[in-house]
Design a protein around this ligand. Structure first.
Ligand code: GLU
Length: 512
């Protein structure tokens, strides 16, 4: 069938959006954009018990941060709104009535205690064709009694009447045809009079139909609901416009079996949420990819490859390329291990593609966190410092470790290197070095390197020891970019000041 592609991401605002949900949103988006279709964001907030304040804003902010654009939704509006289920009660009420009138659903009065008793009495009790006659519902009671109870304000639910003995076919574009027996389905509750709200199943189907959804792309955990959804489409007489189903593979623990959980993130030290989240009830904070220093492009690229591959070994793909190359035929059925280290690898790659001036802007808040005011330095100085060390970082915050010495002169010197590189004659050589540096006509890296190295050779000094001692005084440890690049940026005065300080402060280790 050639129909307009309309997909929806339909989260429930029950807490922060899990990273698996983000992947679902992303795949919907890639599919929509590739087909020139429409991306809908529908808020499924019919479970009033599980509603969490702030969760809807969080969803919007997370999608926005990642560059997943919404065409129709609560904020964006659109021709099939409202896009929030709690604002669609009339629509659901009307559709519940349609099913009741058609004899496809019925009213049930069983109390929780009665249901509990039935479960206790019959092993594997299921409310279905085989048991509904023994329960208190509009199929087992005379019509006037049903009406009397409703008129008396007795609470009830509406249940879907699942026909026994049917083979229900779910056509899944990744999994192929899945056939299940209707006998394993129970008569699901579709509506509760107590809060005048439908359950997930009814609201989801009615909205997918009314919003003209062409493809339902969602996580594998919803696969068990799909047969019921197929039967509901039929019961409403909408079988002709049933969407195609796509159930995405689960995200699995990085190490071992089972579904990825927040606990795995806590245990292994990675976020499972796109943004930092503070639980409004407990104040508990969960880390987020954004606040942990990931670039949104890296997160998108990383997630895109968890359950899909482009058919070759290309790894780095921006949103545009992902949109071009995405295909359901290259989505896997098998769960995808959440290899979180790969996420930092992607972040490293994307950080390298950022122009140094953008990277330095991201670094400024990190400087402030460490008590250094970026305004005390030339912008160009910060940009060059960042550019010199960026190949060594996976996260923006790593810049501090790599570049701090450009902003704060060392006050401590790494003991291991002192032991190895600093001996009784070093202070005199360093003193000589300051003289050489002071006398250089040109302090640039290109001009300074040869004369200094030549001096070391001429004097017969140990190249490694002298250069490392030099580095120790300037950097505080024996690491960092090219020595003469460092000194060029620090400038002559600062370089010499640091060497002198090293001479004063570094204690010659006792001979061992
Ligand atoms: N509200 C459901 C969720 O939270 C939607 C599932 C679906 O896409 O059908 O994921």
């Amino acid at each position: 069938m050639n129909r307009e592609v309309r997909v929806r991401f339909a989260p429930s605002p029950t807490g922060p959006l899990h990273i698996g949900g983000v992947r679902t949103a992303l795949y919907n988006y890639l599919f929509a954009r590739q087909h020139g279709g429409t991306m809908i964001l529908r808020i499924e907030d019919t479970d009033s018990q599980r509603f969490v304040p702030g969760a809807e804003d969080y969803i919007n902010e997370a999608l926005h941060w990642l560059g997943i654009e919404i065409d129709e939704g609560v904020r964006e509006g659109g021709p099939y709104g409202p896009y929030k289920q709690s604002e669609r009660r009339d629509i659901y009420r009307e559709h519940v009535k349609m099913l009741l009138d058609a004899g496809k659903a019925y009213i049930a009065f069983d109390t929780p205690a009665e249901l509990e008793a039935a479960r206790a009495a019959t092993p594997n009790f299921q409310y279905d064709a085989s048991t509904r006659g023994t329960m208190r519902n509009s199929l087992s009671m005379p019509a006037d009694e049903v009406q009397k109870r409703i008129d008396n304000g007795e609470q009830y639910v509406v249940r879907f009447k699942v026909d026994a003995g049917r083979a229900v076919e779910v056509n899944d574009l990744i999994r192929g045809k899945v056939v299940i027996k209707s006998d394993i389905l129970d008569d699901k509750v579709l509506y509760k009079s107590a809060d005048d709200l439908p359950t997930y199943h009814l609201a989801n189907i009615v909205d997918d139909h009314l919003m003209k959804v062409s493809h339902v792309i969602r996580g594998e955990e919803w696969l068990p609901s799909a047969p019921l959804h197929v039967l509901l489409y039929e019961a409403f007489g909408w079988a002709d416009t049933m969407p195609d189903f796509v159930h995405l593979p689960l995200l699995l623990k990085p190490d071992g079996k089972g579904k990825l959980s927040k606990r795995d993130g806590d245990r292994l030290g990675f976020p499972v949420f796109p943004l930092l989240w503070t639980d409004p009830a407990t104040g508990a904070v969960s880390r987020g990819y954004r606040e942990d220093g990931y670039l949104p492009q890296a997160v998108v690229n990383f997630l895109a490859l968890l359950g899909w591959n482009p058919g070759d070994d290309t790894e780095i793909m921006g949103m545009k390329e992902l949109i071009d190359r995405f295909s359901l035929s290259h989505c896997s059925k098998a769960g995808a291990k959440f290899a979180y280290e790969k996420g930092s690898w992607f972040n490293h790659q994307y950080l390298q593609t950022l122009p140094d001036n953008e990277l330095s802007e991201l670094f400024k808040p990190v400087m402030r966190e460490h008590g250094v005011n970026p305004d005390d330095f030339d912008n160009e100085y910060i940009i060059r410092a960042v550019g010199m060390v960026k190949s060594r970082i996976n996260f923006v915050r790593d810049l501090w470790d790599q570049a701090r010495f450009f902003f704060v002169a060392p006050t401590e010197y790494e003991a291991k290197s002192v032991k190895k590189r600093w001996s009784a004659e070093t202070p005199a050589i360093m003193d000589e070095l300051t003289g050489r540096l002071a006398a250089l006509p040109d302090f640039s890296a290109a001009a300074a390197e040869t004369p200094i190295l030549d001096w070391i050779k001429e004097k017969g000094y140990h190249m490694g020891n002298v250069m490392n001692a030099f580095r120790l005084t300037v950097v505080g440890e024996c690491k960092g970019p090219h020595m003469f690049e460092i000194t060029e940026l620090l400038g002559r005065d600062e370089t010499i000041r640091r060497i002198r300080r090293g001479i004063d402060c570094i204690q010659t280790p006792a001979e061992s």
